[in-house]
Design a protein around this ligand. Structure first.
Ligand SMILES: [Zn+2]
Length: 107
């Protein structure tokens, strides 16, 4: 299910491009989000279409991750509010992943 996505990202998979195809319903509607705080992380992965959801604490966040302030969006276990900003969140993640791909190609 969608719960494998944060693990893939944390393991260094830079090929992700959001939104992703949902393994449950087949819609291209899966989003991914992280929050880093004091060296610890949390992840959210969810499908806007069928509501498959995964939220878990993690040992850190991917090396490319940068927190984004989201005024008016509460980071609750269920990503209802995140989903309303999904387009903005996807753009942030895709931008970070693109930068990480570019810098890994340089080295
Ligand atoms: Zn789905």
């Amino acid at each position: 299910m969608v719960g494998g996505l944060p693990v893939r990202a944390l393991a260094g998979d830079l090929t992700l491009h959001l939104p992703l195809t949902c393994p449950r319903c087949g819609q291209v509607a899966v989003h991914l989000w992280f929050r880093e705080a004091g060296g610890l992380g949390a992840s959210w992965a969810w499908c806007s279409a069928c509501r498959a959801t995964s939220h878990s604490p993690m040992d850190g966040t991917p090396s490319w991750w940068r927190n984004l302030d989201l005024p008016g969006v509460a980071l609750t276990p269920l990503p209802d509010q995140l989903d309303r900003a999904a387009e903005q969140l996807d753009a942030h993640v895709n931008h970070l992943l693109g930068a990480a791909r570019a810098s890994s190609a340089d080295s």
